[in-house]
Design a protein around this ligand. Structure first.
Ligand code: 1VU
Length: 277
């Protein structure tokens, strides 16, 4: 499943769901959590269930349920699993135990799991736990909204779109946690949805650092995100040249290509990039 761009659509906005299918997102995240007010949760569950039952599967359909300990997730899953979502986004995930619990709740369904793995202070210390727990793991993503609120920080972002030191560290740990688990790292949302230049810089930085996709909150963000997370022609050509150079020199560990040394890590990176095409 390719996950370059994942668009949040509030679960209580059925008017936006059908249209969202044709916007170029690789996945929609039909949200039952923070974008839906408590009183609107039952209606949102019903709307998401109805949409899943009838939607053209033009892209992957994920549902963000409520957190495991809030007393809502059981009703969320009872409503949406009959519609066979491709995946469930788990907010406030806290390591292996959360994955095990959700895996059990998904019995009888093929849904994958995408945890949002940095939304509580405790979760940060469990980012190395996600590998090998369940074959349902579709990736790992992080959030920069709930954690500052949980610890009492006044901001997580710098004016230039980067993060303050504590949240930059959390982003890095999420990236390495996903890599250690062997699943795609998904960059978090860029909330200023009118600032497409800032988004482009942010998404390109994410792709440079190793994230393979990103969540979106507004349709205008999708083209920018898809472009940032698609390998450039130049990068593809270079990767092919690296693979070809090693194929032409079997048994050789280090080579030169255009005057620069290439060895095993470069071959691994080239193969990884080509596998995403
Ligand atoms: O022009 P049209 O009327 O045909 O369409 C509007 C609008 O319906 C549409 N649109 C969307 N369609 C699908 N999914 C969306 N998320 C979405 N957002 C907008 O685009 C056209 C233009 O809309 P707009 O620019 O006038 O935007 P609004 O003021 O109507 O809406 C802005 C917000 C931010 C409220 C809206 O985009 C939205 O609800 N986004 C998702 C919010 C969300 O799910 N937040 C929680 C996830 S963030 C997180 O938890 C971090 C981990």
């Amino acid at each position: 499943m390719r996950l370059r761009s994942l668009l949040f659509v509030p679960g209580d906005r059925p008017d936006r769901m059908e249209k969202a299918l044709g916007l170029g997102a690789d996945a929609l995240i039909l949200d039952l959590e923070d974008s839906v007010a408590p009183a609107a949760k039952p209606a949102a569950r019903a709307a998401v269930a109805a949409f899943l039952a009838s939607a053209r599967r033009a892209c992957a359909l994920f549902v963000r349920v409520n957190p495991l300990d809030g007393g809502l997730v059981e009703d969320d899953l009872a409503a949406v699993l009959p519609g066979a979502p491709d995946g469930v986004v788990l907010p406030k995930a806290e390591g292996a135990e959360s994955l095990r619990r959700l895996h059990a709740l998904l019995a009888g369904s093929d849904a994958r799991i995408l945890p949002v793995a940095t939304e509580t202070a405790a979760s940060v210390f469990r980012l190395g736990e996600y590998g090998g727990v369940t074959p349902r793991l579709a990736g790992l993503t992080w959030g920069a909204e709930d954690l500052p609120a949980a610890v009492g920080a006044t901001a997580a972002r710098e004016a230039d779109g980067g993060y303050t030191a504590p949240y930059q560290m959390v982003r890095s740990l999420a990236l390495f946690g996903a890599a250690a688990a062997g699943v795609p790292p998904i960059e978090t949302v860029y909330p200023d949805f009118r600032d497409l230049d800032g988004l482009r810089r942010y998404a390109e930085r994410g792709a440079r650092d190793g994230f393979t996709g990103m969540m979106a909150i507004h349709p205008a963000q999708l083209a920018v995100i898809n472009a940032a997370f698609a390998p450039t022609e130049q990068a593809i050509a270079h990767a092919r040249a690296v693979v070809d150079a090693f194929a032409a020199n079997p048994g050789v560990g280090a080579l030169q290509l255009d005057g620069r040394m290439i060895d095993a890590p470069h071959l691994k990176a080239a193969r990884r990039l080509l596998s995403r095409l």
